[in-house]
Design a binder for this molecule. Structure first.
Ligand code: F6P
Length: 364
């Protein structure tokens, strides 16, 4: 039998299990293929003893409903940066990519399906350039990959964030308070923008539009003077004030200053106070709740489409490519293209236009 190895890398994301299940179910229709899973991305192959498990229909039964990933994931290690201690006991990293390829050959692995975000797909590309038969499946709740219209996990994060706005509204209006809800998204404002529109927030602050705190105060005052005693601000974790630390195309860490000040939400609360806005303000940081629990139906469907497509790409030997959704097609694009640019909220974005039309302020 031919063997295909599946792995999940980077942060977990609702829908990963649905992709794994779809790959296994599609492969089960080909009598000469079997599917294996490597624990915690490539680390399962590189460990001694190896941590790889057979994935059959029984093993994946019902997992599309579960968040997380049954084969584990990690941001650490990997073939190009394996941690080892040098002779002075200091941690350094070594390149084990050639050894990884040899180990895969030894296991008779015909092809690898790497489900992961931009970091994982950079690894896919580098391994493809070394001769490995590899296919990428995009994953991120941030929806910041340009090579695909949507990634699974994003709608679940939006749903959870919208639910948080809904819940904050009921307490905010009872107390006449201002609530700041901080959501994830790394350097992109997609989750914040979608949740602000769906939840009906008054203010939405995103990394792509640096905000002027005085404009935020103006909006809050006009709302309070206007007789609505409460307000909801949705802020993306990467949002920054005008003149704040530079927004990168894609950072490994969210802005240094945001982190130092306890996150974008707490930073904004402080800035509002300093700008003379002394109403009752509360901050909620949604954090990893956005990635947990059950994927919404949309994400299960997209993830299933990606999984079936990924295995069919293996059958067609379409290596060096990543599965992509370009409405209405589930297609594939070269890995090189997939990792070359990020998808940020652009000034002419349709939803941004809608949000402004609804009177949502971006603090600009
Ligand atoms: O990329 C997904 C994401 O959840 C981002 O929205 C967030 O900035 C980051 O991962 C958090 O990473 P970690 O789980 O390592 O704290």
């Amino acid at each position: 039998k031919k063997r295909v190895l599946v792995l999940t890398g980077g942060g977990d994301c609702p829908g990963l299990n649905a992709v794994i299940r779809a790959i296994v179910k599609r492969a089960a229709q080909e009598y000469n293929w079997e599917v294996l899973g490597s624990y915690q991305a490539f680390n399962g192959i590189l460990r001694e003893p190896m941590e790889i498990i057979p994935l059959d229909e029984k093993k994946v039964s019902g997992i599309h409903v579960k968040g997380g990933t049954i084969i584990g994931t990690t941001n650490k290690g990997g073939p190009f940066a394996w941690p080892v201690k040098d002779k002075n006991g200091k941690w350094i990293t070594v390149d084990r990519s050639d050894e990884l390829i040899r180990r895969l050959q030894y296991q008779n692995i015909e092809a690898v399906i790497n489900i992961g975000g931009d970091g994982s797909q950079r690894i896919s590309l580098a391994l493809y350039e070394k001769g490995l038969n590899i296919i990428g499946v995009p994953k991120t709740i941030d929806n910041d990959l340009r090579g695909t219209d949507f990634t699974f996990g994003f709608q679940t994060a939006v749903e959870i964030s919208t639910d948080a706005v809904d819940k904050l509204v009921t307490t905010a209006e009872s107390h006449n308070r201002v609530f700041i809800l901080e959501v994830m998204g790394r350097d992109a404002g997609w989750i914040a923008l979608h949740a602000a529109v769906a939840g009906g927030a008054e203010i939405c602050l995103i990394p792509e539009i640096p905000y002027d705190v005085n404009k935020v105060v103006e909006k809050l005052r006009s709302r309070i003077v206007g007789g609505r005693g409460f307000a909801i601000i949705v802020i993306a974790e990467g949002a920054k004030p005008i003149g704040g630390d530079v927004v990168s195309e894609q950072s490994d860490e969210i802005g240094y200053l945001n982190k130092k000040l306890g996150g974008a939400g707490l930073r904004l609360k402080e800035e509002l106070k300093q700008a003379g806005f002394d109403e009752d303000i509360r901050v909620t940081i949604l954090g990893h709740l956005q990635r947990g629990g059950t994927p919404v139906a949309y994400d299960r469907i997209l993830a299933s489409q990606f999984g079936v497509k990924a295995f069919e790409m293996v059958l067609n030997e379409e290596y060096g490519k990543m599965v992509s959704y370009k409405h209405p097609d589930i297609c594939s694009i070269p890995l090189e293209e997939a990792v070359s640019a990020y998808n940020h909220v652009q000034p002419d974005d349709q939803l941004l236009h809608t949000a402004r039309g609804l009177g949502i302020s971006f603090g600009d």
